[in-house]
Write a protein that binds this ligand. Structure first.
Ligand SMILES: [Fe+2]
Length: 259
């Protein structure tokens, strides 16, 4: 089972909302998708952890759907802070089994995996939130361990990147309860996130966590706690490929794409 983890496409049909987003982001994302499609053996599942679009208009989502259309694997997405629930729901209606009429969280089980896709979006606000309704839903899902490997997808990391100015705009509300819920889970669980615009891995709360980079722009690595918010940096782009051999064995590789 091969899974590609992508994130933060920030696609825009008209003009970008974010000044850092590269103007040729559509071409960059198409190159990333072409690389995923060309892999052999083929990717079975592709997860894209939010900021699918830069402004969340219906035209933005039409472009996003067109950009990912070459991917024949199952694609699962979640909203990021630049997305909009109404238009994202419309784009994926009949495709993703949203569990609520308000937020965009859902559960999927396929090919030895269980995906628990979360919605941390506060529209118009860069920081993340998990609502009490969503946390109760997650707690119920994780009350009894399943045999499959569970992947929690969330745009805003609940765990630190150690880049302080970015951690200050990460998951802020519901973080402690989330930590307890996932920490109490008796099966195997991993977390996949985005938002930081740098690929990195961490162990948090005993859980392996992965953040995918962004083809739209990459933040500079600044681990000095006194450093200001990092600016963009020109570095090679990479996404992570997760080769899963059962619920307890996963090999993770960085795949580089020239953008
Ligand atoms: Fe982003």
């Amino acid at each position: 089972m091969l899974l590609a983890h992508l994130s933060d496409f920030h696609l825009f049909a008209d003009r970008p909302e974010t000044s850092l987003v590269r103007l040729d982001v559509e071409a960059a994302c198409r190159r990333v998708v072409a690389d995923v499609v060309a892999l052999s053996p083929a990717v079975d599942v592709c997860v894209i952890t939010g900021d699918l679009t830069d402004g969340g208009s219906a035209a933005d989502y039409r472009l996003f759907m067109d950009v990912i259309s070459p991917i024949k694997a199952a694609v699962f997405v979640i909203p990021g802070n630049h997305d909009r629930r109404g238009t994202l729901r419309e784009a994926f209606s009949g495709v993703l089994p949203f569990a609520s009429d308000s937020e965009l969280f859902y559960e999927v089980r396929l090919r030895g995996l269980r995906l628990l896709a979360l919605d941390t979006l506060i529209e118009g606000n860069p920081v993340g939130r998990l609502s009490p309704e969503q946390l109760s839903w997650l707690e119920a899902r994780l009350a009894v361990p399943v045999e499959e490997l569970t992947l929690v997808l969330m745009h805003h990391p609940a765990f630190p990147s150690a880049i302080l100015p970015l951690d200050r705009i990460s998951l802020l509300e519901g973080r402690e309860r989330f930590r307890e819920i996932v920490g109490n889970y008796k099966g195997t669980l991993r977390i996949h996130a985005g938002h930081i615009h740098r690929p990195f891995q961490t162990m948090w709360n005993g859980i392996p966590c992965y953040v995918a980079g962004s083809p739209a722009f990459q933040h500079e690595l600044t681990l000095d706690p006194a450093a200001p918010e990092p600016g963009p940096v020109a570095e090679p782009y990479a996404y992570f490929l997760h080769k899963m051999d059962g619920p307890r064995t996963v090999s993770v590789h960085a795949r580089y794409v020239s953008l």
